[in-house]
Design a protein around this ligand. Structure first.
Ligand SMILES: Cc1ncc(COP(=O)(O)O)c(C=O)c1O
Length: 375
């Protein structure tokens, strides 16, 4: 088979029009119309008051933590099953990460474990919830706990752009939310991120922070620590173009997930579940091999690698990472096996690429190879 990637870019919208416009008007740097337009589009799409474009989703999480006032020694409660970029910015701010297990219904932050963590750390400064692989977390329960304990909620929607929870877009629930446009996300700007929220004034301050904290003075005046985190006008042009095809991308990804779901009905593979009243964007089709089955996810990965097909393990939980091994961790059920450790051991991210990077025929072939392993 030709090389099939897990999830590769698909430049199939108006990306070149907007990039060309930046060249034609000589606004290749530093800012320009694309940045403003991309922010406006994202703001409207997510249904929030303000958006600030940055050079990475990681930078956006960092600035969200700074915006809610995380500083030296502040506890931040973070979903354990996620990419390291959800947690690292806590350390950038000299905060103390405490990790929270997943629940089995969505693989996201367990409200039960979060509640126990909040009882132990009632002065926690923030909660970082993730919509893993585009599947919405249990937002009602998590929001209620954040309100009860008066703790800020940061929604890491890096993987969740376009997904919905009870009819509302992901990214509209937290005090702040972030999106990522890195190379393999549901849309990409070649790299970049966006911080969104409803506190327009605070987001103006964030904009200052990410442009080296330059004060409005005739000379270079700096009263706070600054960063160089702004998105360029070229990158924003690509992002703007990709937003014209986001709905199509979600439809394609949803079809892939549903196809896997139907095909795996008679073999011991279970797709990542989601709640009835939610609409994942299905960025990646992830699955677990049923307990008791002697085929490991790595056997599937190795077999598909022979066919030039890329797969990935599920994110290794943060509390299992050597760097974070000393952090406190709260399990879904204190008396049982950790849910996210179990998902990690049995889980796999399946090829989830768009047409024409993966054709329906190639997808069928991949499914046939996987099913062949279970005969
Ligand atoms: C859950 C999660 N959070 C944060 C990030 C960081 O985004 P970026 O790569 O744009 O910095 C990513 C993706 O890379 C992610 O998957």
């Amino acid at each position: 088979m030709r090389q099939i990637y897990l999830s590769s870019p698909c430049m199939c919208g108006r990306e070149m029009d907007f990039v060309q416009e930046a060249f034609d008007t000589n606004w290749v740097a530093p800012l320009g119309k694309n940045v403003n337009e991309f922010e406006n589009i994202m703001k409207e799409y997510a249904g929030v008051e303000a958006a600030v474009a940055m050079n990475a989703g990681t930078a956006a999480i960092h600035m969200a933590l700074r915006a809610v006032g995380v500083g030296q020694g502040d506890v931040v409660l973070c979903q354990s099953m996620t990419f390291s970029a959800s947690a690292n910015p806590i350390v950038y701010q000299n905060g103390t990460p405490v990790f929270i297990d997943s629940e089995p219904d969505t693989w996201n932050m367990s409200p039960e474990a979060l509640e126990r963590a909040l009882k132990k750390y009632p002065n926690a400064k923030a909660v970082v919830v993730v919509h893993l692989y585009g599947t919405p977390a249990k937002m009602d329960e998590i929001i209620a706990l954040c309100k009860e304990y008066n703790v800020a909620l940061i929604e890491d929607a890096a993987e969740g752009l376009g997904g919905e929870y009870k009819g509302k877009k992901l990214g509209s629930f937290g005090d702040y939310a972030i999106f990522s446009f890195n190379g393999n996300k549901i849309i990409t700007s070649s790299g970049g991120g966006m911080l969104v929220g409803n506190d327009t004034e605070k987001l103006k301050t964030v904009l200052k922070w990410i442009t080296q904290s330059r004060e409005p003075a005739p000379w270079y005046q700096h009263e706070e620590l600054g960063y160089n985190y702004r998105m360029s006008n070229i990158v924003a042009g690509i992002g703007r173009g990709q937003m014209t095809v986001l709905d199509d991308h979600i439809e394609q990804k949803t079809n892939l997930y549903n196809k896997y779901l139907g095909e795996y009905a008679d073999i011991p593979i279970t797709m990542q579940p989601y709640l009835d009243n939610t609409k994942p964007n299905h960025w990646l089709s992830a699955a677990t091999i049923d307990k008791g089955c002697d085929i490991s996810p790595f056997a599937i990965m190795d077999r598909l690698k022979l066919e030039n097909v890329e797969t990935r393990p599920i994110w290794k939980p943060m509390h299992m990472q050597p760097y974070y091994k000393d952090c406190d961790y709260f399990k879904y059920d204190e008396n049982c096996e950790s849910v996210c450790e179990d998902i990690f051991t049995r889980g796999i991210c399946l090829p989830s690429d768009f047409y024409p990077n993966m054709t329906p025929e190639e997808h069928n072939e991949i499914i046939k190879i996987i099913k062949g392993l279970f005969k």
